[in-house]
Design a protein around this ligand. Sequence first.
Ligand code: EPU
Length: 434
Amino acid sequence: MKFIVNGGGKLNGEITIKGSKNAATKMIVASLLTDEECVFENFPRIGDAEITSELCQAIGAEIALNGSTLSIKTPKIKNYRVVPLDLSKNNRIPILTLGPLLSRMGKAEIPFLGGDQIGYRPVDIHLEALKLMGAKIETADGFFVASATDGLKGAKINLRYPSVGATENVILAAVLAKGRTIVKNAAIEPEITDLIKMLQDMGAIIGLGADRTIYINGVKKLRGTKYRVLPDRNEAVSFACLAVAAKGNKIKVKGAVHDHLITFLNELRRVGGDYRIESDGIVFWRPDSLSAIEIETDTHPGFMTDWQQPFTILLTQANGVSIIHETVYENRFDYIKDLNFMGANIKVFSKCLGELPCRFNGEGYPHSAVISGPAPLYGKRVKVPDLRAGIAHLIAALIAQGESVLEGVEQIDRGYEKIDERLQSLGADIKRIA
Ligand code: EPU
């Protein structure tokens, strides 16, 4: 699948953000914890949600989709061995089924993970935490084979790094475990808070303490829920960057939640973008030329790693030399070569160019980028390597002079529902070719 984009036109109007990919996919996995029905409103119709639905169905879930409402019920776990899906469609979610499967069946067999090629992406922190809760986990023939014959038990867990997935995994394992679990150095992304709120409605007891500490008292049973998925902050950031990337654009991002974007909005203003908060969304535009700034990605409430790629496009258009220090993934600058091919002037270095403590210091990973601007971009043929890089390619193509051909846009469809149609409504010249 391809997008043909004719760049350079002005984009104006409103775009409504959909339910969050990184919340919705976890919520349907959380629904496996109960045999009652869970109903999700504002459920995004995206590739990753479809893959996760197929995964839950393979485990035994019955799913019905009606527009953006998804109902899911898993009266019985039919398979505790999670059959590998088509590898080209694989994502990172299967490892999160460990908790629900161990809680309901005492056993789980999960294939090694796929997902974006943006770093090594191990699951050691997940496994160490689950072992502290009483799970036995071995590897055999490409699978993690786990068991908890006497059930999972509450534990004191200090995560080495505030991993989003590991925090979610522990929460999902702890809600039905015996006793109390204390997770220190937990990730506290808005999608995690939303998962906690949903689990509370299902009957869980979960406290959010100070200093990244989460307290979970295990309960015997969880019930169904009707829950509205929070709006996708990554979509909000993508459309905000698109608005500010070129002078003359003005885009209202309907559904954007101010609370989720505080750090982003500060950086956007520093670079020269502007915004107005309204009751139902945020309006973004660029008043004048942009100025170079330095950015470091971090876990929430820092500048999110998934915002790095769309923001890089702004920095290619800013006056002066900007720096991005990526501290979350060691290999998230592969897309830069395509931007340079389109006319950007970016060099990537393995030295830490920033002040945050960084796990990649001295390890030789290409995780700091120096961006010289402004650089006019030109339409080219490029292949989308992964979801967030894909959105950078797309924004670049929309502000570039001439025609771009983006191949492999299924990657973008994994996280953005019908983005071509929504961009057309802003005036974008974009066509989808099967
Ligand atoms: N890490 C480990 N060991 C572990 C787990 C993580 O070393 O056991 C490392 C990773 O290799 C990485 C860092 O910790 O360097 C952060 O990983 P984390 O576990 O926090 O990320 P994730 O749960 O795999 C989610 C999102 C990502 C998002 C990150 C960071 C989902 C499905 N994915 O991934 O989103 O970038 O958190 O916020 O929620 C995307 O949406 O395109 C995407 C990649």
